[in-house]
Design a protein around this ligand. Structure first.
Ligand code: MG
Length: 386
């Protein structure tokens, strides 16, 4: 009895604020989606895989899914979850008689869990893994704030995925979907069509990653290492421009030439932060041909870079910058520059280091024709909970 797994990886792929859907974020050396796919690719009882992706993609489908050893096809999702499952089912080969449906946002489905679901599906026709409720469960009618009654918690089961279906059972359930537009899983549609659904023990590690807090927990479980990035910037020094470094005006007769304010400290730190998250560089996010960024203060780029990595679940753990500048002396301003960088990044000033160096009169920087900066940034698990 061949088995196929449909991995549902999101509807439109859009979230409020334009954040990347969680299933495409890195969890160690792979994305959450790739880990979810790999769990089924590695399972001896699974023969084929179908991945349902958002309709609009920035990246090609094969890259998003990652390498698989088993036949794997992709299709695009619909408006609702059940539309995505319908599209996925349409790509399941005719010889398959057990279909598993799994949320891409659950990257920790164990081999034993998958086997339990397949076994119960063969017995009963449909199966869900579920956890028993640990907390006391209260029933509160919608729109109310008063408890109407306490539900015996022994009767409460919290459903996970993969859910398993005999092919004919899933086909019937999906065709009943239009009558049940608010169904939150396929087992609910099977129940609605009068079918039996067997509950098998779930797995407490088989969490669904929805919030950044979930992502942080998952990254700790996956022992995700901190990420380091480097940055470099140089600007020509010309008369008639102020020398501004991370928002601090350093008195001098020349300043950096640039589309923005030419703040080498902020620009190198931004590149280090983006580099640590493998998200390109400052020019990709803030193009120097875009009028929005003309004369933009460097601090604003810092703030935005921290937000870009933050929405992908990273926080800036520390930053170290070396500024190479022949004149004037940076030392009197270092304290304030550190405070301004820290404030823009939303971190403690003790996590920001700034050092000044001269180039001993050697080369263009040494002759005072330019200012340069080298930066490193470390990102750790734990972006803001967006
Ligand atoms: Mg620059």
């Amino acid at each position: 009895m061949p088995v196929a797994a449909i991995i549902v990886a999101g509807g439109k792929g859009e979230r409020l604020g334009g954040a990347t859907p969680k299933q495409f974020l890195p969890l160690g050396n792979r994305t959450i989606l790739q880990r979810s796919v790999a769990a089924f690719d590695a399972h001896p009882l699974v023969d084929r895989i179908v991945v349902v992706l958002p309709a609009k993609l920035d990246t090609d489908a094969t890259t998003l899914v990652g390498l698989t050893s088993k036949p794997c096809v992709t299709t695009t999702g619909g408006e609702r979850r059940q539309d995505s499952v319908r599209n996925g089912l349409a790509r399941v080969d005719r010889d398959i008689d057990v279909v598993l449906v799994h949320d891409a946002a659950r990257p920790f489905a164990s081999a034993a869990l998958i086997e339990r679901v397949i076994g119960a599906t063969r017995r009963t026709g449909a199966a869900v893994p579920a956890m028993s409720a640990k907390d006391t469960v209260k029933f509160v009618p919608a729109g109310d704030s008063l408890v109407q009654r306490t539900i015996p918690r022994g009767e409460i089961w919290l459903a996970q995925t993969p859910q398993g279906f005999r092919r004919s059972v899933l086909e019937l359930a999906v065709s009943a979907g239009d009558a049940h537009p608010n169904a939150t899983d396929e087992a609910m549609l099977v129940e609605a069509t009068g079918g039996s659904v067997e509950v098998v023990p779930g797995d407490e590690h088989n969490v669904k990653i929805t919030t950044n807090a979930d992502l942080n927990t998952a990254r700790r479980a996956a022992e995700v290492a901190p990420r380091v990035g480097t940055g470099y910037d140089l600007h020509r020094l010309v008369s008639g421009r102020p020398l501004v470094l991370a928002g601090v005006v350093v008195p001098f007769d020349r300043g950096p030439l640039g589309h923005s304010d030419g703040d080498v400290i902020s620009h190198s730190v931004v590149d280090a932060i983006l580099g640590a998250a493998a998200l390109g560089d400052i020019g990709q996010h803030f193009s120097n041909t875009d009028p929005r960024w003309k004369d933009m203060p460097g601090e604003e780029f810092l703030r935005r870079a921290a937000a870009i990595v933050g929405e992908r679940g990273w926080r800036v753990a520390n930053v170290d910058v070396t500024v190479v500048l022949e004149r004037p002396k940076l030392a009197p301003h270092v304290h304030e520059i550190r405070a301004r960088i820290a404030s823009a990044l939303g971190i403690d000033a003790g996590l920001v280091s700034v050092k000044g160096k001269t180039n001993e009169g050697v080369d263009a920087v040494g002759r005072g024709e330019a200012i340069a900066a080298h930066a490193v940034a470390v990102l750790a698990i734990g972006g803001p909970d967006v």
